[in-house]
Design a protein around this ligand. Structure first.
Ligand code: MCN
Length: 782
């Protein structure tokens, strides 16, 4: 396959290959030369003449009334242009972020969205809450002046646990959110589930904490905001996942109409869901830019990221699985509490309320499902979507229950899964909660994973480990997730042909590292039969207003990616009569191939560039697509040193179905990155707040264990694709699949090793200390 080709597969045929053997389908990324030679342009690389600099004073306590803020000394400090507080935010009306949780919950409950003036007004509610903003000639002057601001607080009782805040006796965080309960919903049928449990031969129950983590894009948060007093237009340079999403939220927060907002971005150094949010800092900078009539720039420090960027996961889940005597699943019951911190980001509550319901049955036929979800507020940083956005938590819960049930019932965990898989012939499969899984082949994926992980040879390897005093474990997870869809009515891609035949594609979906410049170019090139290098992608152009979703929810390949294909085909359609005119023949007499039109009767040719040189040649492709359901099986093998509790992951095998693979190099990289994030969460990452004071105890990389490259080795990545039916390309999203599967696979492997020693189910993070302690306790109890 030559560079630029898309590997398209026949419909509904399972594909079988190991990425490393695919040769030409490994297309190098077009953007990488720019990015790895330091020629990228990130938010802090933007500068404007006359710009001033902002710094934020953040609360040093988790819950307190603000009695007084004295800014007089700061205002007089060298270089200071202005100091803003909550009063200014309230006066501007920048007081309430929008929410995407618009559907009704239990008994018609509407989400209770607390106010959040962009600078705290009256109260602070988490360590890192913004109390004041100083704008000065330089960032250092602004920072120095912060220290001159005096705030008088009256401390209030703190609660960092959603169990406490929902208990009814905890301090009330917001007057407009009674009992700190933002939302409650139920899904499934409680009565049917109760019946299933009543007749079960076995019930497995687990209480699981899915830890709070801080997503850490390499590029810290930043913004540069300019306001044009003539047109009243704000230009906001920020790291984004898509400009439309940012405009919509900024407009929702500030009341500035979307057509008065220009959002600018070029390269974005990581997103993970965290960069899809319009943070209050951006709105505060808008306020200052207008008032001062100067551009205002802010660059976050890494400490601020820990405190005040959105956090991820933070779910407390009780799961129960009912089985008959042969291990067939009868019912699943969940009780899920989402801790969303002190305020709500727009997408914060919607992910845990929607995604787990969509995939509640996992890859299994479970006839009876019921779940209860509650969204709680706590005195902690706000939580929002983080790679997987509650799909990993859901898959983790099911996969831990399945493994635990297998151990309790003494059934081989692979066999238990085989007995319960939705069979390939059942697709399209409508789940009890109403989702339609279009196509998948779970049994084949499992068998392929077991084979490639050499599960048959595991007992031998375990015996060898035992001889050297180590505990060996093997675990897997077979998972499915929803990807694609989106809140905008459609996705659009604009193609513009230049006279030299080069094509510029415009998209509102914005890469944060996924590699859209390459895959979009590949898809358009395939549709047009031209080299991908002739196509360049522009991702944040306000002058060409397009509708479309942001990059997130693994939706881009399905949405904007498919539209690239449709736009390419449309371009041929639109250009054909123009070519016919130039060739002096009827359109029906024109054939297209490889960027050129030719009359069937002569050798004369007209290229796309020739047409564009004569008259503008642009088309907008569009399409709307529903959810796709990527799925897979990941197998982890670990060895634990019982003397130290240190776990080493010896091998990690993935087999995934993301439909047609457009670019194997990218998909492999995505899998690596996402599994590394799961790995980080299972073995180290964990945000810790002090229980009594709400102080952030893990506020730097000294205390917060990010996964390191050396932790993650020997990953073998395979695919086993079925041709997805949602997109004509047969693609399914996959950017989050590694997170979704790895939490369960890694934990199941560790538990497989520890269970033999009598260790009861443990929760993440499985740190050396926790594992060692559990082994010691288990030994004492024997
Ligand atoms: N792809 C492909 N063939 C497929 C499916 C995907 O070649 N069948 C390619 C796509 O063209 C794209 C990449 O794989 O280059 C991921 O595609 P997709 O699954 O559509 O996911 P998105 O592009 O929508 O990316 C979102 C997803 C999410 S939700 C998070 S969070 C995330 C992620 O991707 N954050 C990332 N990957 C990331 N990668 C980097 N480097 N940085 C982030 O912040």
């Amino acid at each position: 396959m030559r560079r630029g080709d898309v590997c398209l597969r026949p419909r509904n045929v399972a594909m079988d290959h190991h990425f490393f053997d695919v040769g030409g389908a490994h297309v190098s990324r077009l953007e990488d030369f720019r990015l790895i030679t330091g020629a990228g342009c990130y938010a802090s690389d933007w500068n404007l003449p006359g710009q001033a600099h902002a710094c934020f004073l953040r609360a040093d306590r988790a819950h307190a009334k603000i009695l007084k803020i004295d800014t007089a000394a700061a205002r007089k400090a060298k270089g200071v242009l202005a100091v803003y507080t909550g009063e200014d935010a309230v006066q501007a009306g920048y007081v309430k972020p929008m929410t995407f949780l618009t559907f009704a919950g239990k008994d018609g409950m509407k989400a209770r969205i607390p106010s959040r003036p962009v600078l705290a007004h009256g109260k602070v509610r988490f360590v890192g809450d913004m109390v004041a903003m100083v704008v000065a000639e330089t960032a250092l002057q602004a920072q120095d002046a912060l220290e001159l601001i005096e705030v008088e607080y009256e401390d209030l009782p703190v609660s960092i646990s959603p169990w406490d805040t929902l208990s009814g006796s905890a301090p009330q965080l917001h007057d407009d959110v009674p009992d700190n309960l933002v939302f409650e919903q139920e899904a499934g049928d409680a009565a049917v589930v109760n019946e299933a449990f009543a007749k079960a031969a076995h019930v497995t129950k687990l209480k699981l904490d899915c830890t709070r983590v801080v997503p850490h894009p390499m590029e810290p948060r930043a913004c540069l905001v300019a306001h044009d007093s003539g047109s009243d237009v704000y230009t906001v340079h920020v790291p984004v996942q898509g400009i439309n999403m940012m405009k919509m939220q900024l407009s929702g927060y500030t009341g500035v109409p979307e057509d008065k907002l220009r959002v600018m971005a070029k390269d974005v150094g990581g997103g993970f869901g965290q960069r899809s949010i319009a943070y209050p800092e951006y709105a505060a900078a808008m306020l200052a830019a207008k008032a001062l009539n100067r551009p205002v720039k802010w660059i976050s420090t890494r400490s601020e990221s820990f405190m005040a960027d959105s956090h991820g996961r933070a779910a407390f889940i009780t799961g129960e699985l009912a089985l008959d005597k042969d291990g067939r699943f009868l019912g699943l019951r969940l009780d899920w509490i989402a801790d969303l911190g002190a305020y709500l980001h727009p997408a914060g509550p919607v992910s845990p309320m929607r995604n787990p319901v969509v995939c509640l049955t996992g890859v299994y036929k479970i006839p009876a499902l019921f779940g209860r979800w509650r969204v709680a507020l706590t005195n902690t940083a706000p939580v929002s979507a983080y790679r997987g956005a509650a799909r990993p938590e859901m898959a983790y819960t099911i996969e831990r229950l399945v493994d635990e049930a297998a151990a309790q019932m003494k059934i081989d965990p692979a066999e238990l899964r085989r007995r319960n898989f939705i069979p390939p012939e059942a697709f399209p499969y409508k789940t009890p909660t109403g989702s339609v899984y279009d196509i998948a082949d779970f049994p084949a994926i499992l068998e392929k994973a077991l084979k490639n992980a050499d599960v048959a040879g595991f007992d031998k390897r375990r015996a060898a480990s035992e001889k050297s005093g180590k505990l060996r474990g093997l675990g897997f997870a077979t998972v499915i997730e929803n990807s694609g869809a989106g809140m905008f009515p459609k996705d659009e891609i604009l193609l513009e042909v230049a006279g030299d035949g080069r094509i510029t594609a415009y998209s509102v979906s914005h890469s944060q590292g996924q590699g859209h410049e390459t895959t979009f170019a590949q898809i358009i090139a395939d549709a047009l039969g031209i080299p991908a290098e002739r196509i360049s992608l522009k991702q944040a152009i306000n002058e060409k207003p397009l509708t479309g979703n942001h990059t997130g929810g693994s939706r881009t390949i399905v949405g904007a990616g498919t539209v690239c294909h449709l736009a390419g085909k449309k371009l041929i359609e639109v250009a054909t009569p123009l070519a016919a005119e130039m060739l002096g023949v009827e359109p029906s007499q024109v054939a297209y191939a490889k960027g050129e039109f030719q009359s069937k009767e002569s050798t004369k040719k007209v290229s796309l560039g020739d047409i564009a040189a004569k008259k503008p040649l642009t088309v907008t492709g569009e399409g709307k697509f529903g959810s796709t359901f990527p799925n897979g099986c990941h197998v982890a093998e670990v060895e634990i040193d019982p003397q130290t509790g240190v776990t080493e992951v010896l091998s990690y095998v993935t087999v995934d179905d993301c439909g047609t693979v457009i670019n194997h190099t990218i998909v492999e990289g995505q899998m690596h990155g996402a599994v590394a994030q799961g790995w980080g969460q299972i073995f180290g990452e964990n945000v810790v707040y002090d229980n009594d004071t709400g102080q952030l105890m893990t506020g730097s990389f000294m205390d917060y264990a990010m996964p390191k490259a050396g932790w993650i080795r020997d990953m073998k990545i395979y695919d086993h694709a079925t041709f997805g039916t949602i997109s004509p390309l047969g693609v399914k999203g996959m950017g989050e699949s590694g997170c979704t599967a790895s939490l369960g696979a890694l934990t199941n492997a560790v538990m497989n090793a520890l269970r033999q020693q009598g260790v009861p189910p443990l929760d993440m993070p499985l740190t050396a200390h926790k594992v060692w302690q559990a082994l010691v306790t288990a030994k004492k109890g024997q």
